[in-house]
Write a protein that binds this ligand. Structure first.
Ligand code: GLP
Length: 241
């Protein structure tokens, strides 16, 4: 595990974007695993800027997102599909058919999870995945539990996660209670993993995940075992380690 300490959010974002840029240039047909949230937003901004400057080509890139709320359509501004379209996909030349995200409106959750796992399989796995972290140490929507998850599942969101994500909703009661998530094993199988983390509110999660024991009660702790994992974090997020 490598730790890159950055002075602030902007330098964190630039470093993460540079790693994704390198991956896309070295292999223009890469499969990228992607996340939503405030942490990766600056990374997407850099990538869009470089695309506009003619430095990047996403025409053969394939992407697979790690999670989506259940019950939100892709046109709902709170959905992760909407976030990805607005902040990344609609601003680059990706073939939108190559940009995968769980269908929050799927009728049958079990079928949807199977469909999503099949997509990961058909893509031949993930070359590089960018993660964020929840304040309770979750990755994607894999919440603290008794075991590390394997394939995709419909997760029941913890009270902590609902509270943390309520900041992005007008009404806290609107935060969905269920969400689709890629399994921890699928994430772990990615060839390279990067995680972007900023701010003091994440310092405890960083400490528990990367200085504590490897346990499903802190889902991100499994990343300690990955052989190509890079944590890119600002000083505030690293303030407890
Ligand atoms: C959400 C998402 C995660 C994300 C995390 C951090 O709950 N399920 O995929 O990494 O929270 O989000 P943020 O970067 O906005 O703090």
């Amino acid at each position: 595990m490598r730790i890159i300490r950055t002075k602030d959010y902007n330098s964190m974002s630039k470093i993460a974007a540079n790693i994704i840029r390198a991956q896309s240039v070295m292999n223009p047909e890469s499969v990228l695993g992607l996340s939503t949230g405030c942490s990766p937003l600056g990374t997407y901004k850099n990538l869009v800027k470089w695309y506009e400057e003619g430095e990047l080509d996403f025409s053969k890139i394939k992407t697979i997102n790690v999670d989506e709320y259940k019950g939100l359509t892709k046109d709902d501004p709170q959905s992760y599909a909407y976030f990805m379209n607005e902040n990344f996909f609609f601003n680059i030349n990706i073939n939108i058919e190559n940009a995968h995200i769980p269908n929050g409106m799927a009728q049958d959750p079990e079928k949807e999870c199977k469909r999503y796992d099949k997509i990961i399989e058909s893509l031949g796995g993930i070359d590089l995945i960018m993660l964020g972290i929840g304040p309770n140490g979750h990755i994607a929507f894999n919440e603290p539990c008794e075991y590390f998850t394997k394939g995709s599942s419909l997760a029941v969101l913890s009270k902590d996660t609902i509270e943390a994500n309520a900041r992005l909703f007008d009404n806290p009661d609107d935060v969905p209670k269920l969400a689709y998530t890629m399994g921890t094993q699928s994430i772990f199988m990615a060839k390279k993993i990067i995680m972007v983390v900023n701010g003091e509110a994440k310092a405890e999660a960083v400490k528990n995940s990367f200085l504590g024991p490897i346990t499903p009660q802190v889902p991100a702790s499994i990343l300690q075992m990955h052989n190509d994992f890079t944590l890119i974090a600002d000083e505030a997020a690293l303030s407890k380690i």
